[in-house]
Write a protein that binds this ligand. Structure first.
Ligand SMILES: [Fe+2]
Length: 284
């Protein structure tokens, strides 16, 4: 196995490992360390004959958890989702061009225990590669803040709703049962990573609705300034997909987004699994 830094401010690619066969404990520990230290890890050349093989590969790094909405579940699986740019909504039967995750966010931060990580496996990539998946290191973004802003954020929380009044796009309508536990929660604005001990901004332009101790105008201005600060090439990696890529990122330390497919008529098909996380810890 070889772990190489990406040609980017952060992230690694991992070569020479076949995740369809369970790696030994030492290899798993090295993989987990590379993933949490570098925020994003790309496993090259992964081929999973059946979805259970992808599930087993994801389990190597944590406990898979179901998404809030069941709409895109792979039939027969609670925790594997299909990610396809042209999908039939199983609830309404409508088929529409679809791009999920098309603006900066971190997955399911409206939950009291958000997923620590998300993994995608590219199954069918069109000749153009489809779109990219982009990341911001929220560790780097936090470290680059000025001292006064860090002080403003110290000990402060933001309310993360299922869908913020400020969100740039809409999300799926939830059933009554899916609403339970997913309406939103107060989260630390700076989060301490339980494995690396590093602090990261924990924000979400799709979900952050209010800043603790601030009125709406003041809170919105702070969030806008922070989002503008984060959206900087110095903290960004844009992943160009290759066949066989399995990507995993740390939701505790990154924002991510999908970019539009390069050729609208092309179909891209992936599987997604989220890994259960802990209650976010406030930084000191
Ligand atoms: Fe996402």
């Amino acid at each position: 196995m070889e772990i190489r830094r990406l040609d980017a401010p952060f992230g690694v690619e991992i070569l020479g490992v076949d995740l369809s066969r369970a790696p030994d404990a030492e290899t798993v520990a090295a993989i987990n360390a590379a993933f949490v230290d570098n925020v994003v890890a790309v496993f090259r050349d992964q081929h999973f004959p059946v979805p259970d093989d992808f599930l087993a590969a994801a389990r190597m790094l944590g406990e898979p958890m179901p998404p809030v909405t069941a709409t895109y579940r792979l039939p027969g699986y609670e925790v594997i989702e299909e990610l396809v740019n042209s999908a039939t909504d199983r609830r309404t039967g409508e088929t529409a061009p679809l791009m999920r995750g098309g603006s900066w966010h971190t997955d399911h931060s409206n939950l009291a225990r958000p997923p620590k990580a998300t993994t995608l496996h590219a199954i069918d990539l069109p000749p153009s590669g489809g779109g990219n998946t982009e990341f911001i290191s929220m560790v780097m973004a936090y470290e680059a803040l000025d001292a006064a802003t860090k002080e403003t954020l110290r000990g402060r929380r933001a309310f993360q709703a299922y869908l913020s009044r400020r969100a740039p796009r809409k999300l799926l309508t939830r059933t009554e049962a899916e609403r339970e536990g997913s309406e939103g929660t107060w989260q630390p604005m700076v989060r301490r990573h339980p494995e690396t001990g590093r602090d990261a901004l924990y924000l979400n332009p799709m979900r952050c609705d209010a800043v603790e101790g601030m009125g709406e105008a003041e809170g919105d201005a702070l969030l806008d300034a922070l989002y503008a600060h984060c959206d900087n090439p110095a903290f960004r990696y844009s992943h160009i997909w290759r066949p066989g890529d399995m990507l995993i990122w740390d939701n505790r330390a990154a924002l991510h987004q999908a970019t539009p497919v390069r050729v609208a008529a092309e179909r891209r098909y992936m599987h997604r699994i989220m890994l259960r996380g802990e209650v976010p810890a406030m930084a000191d």
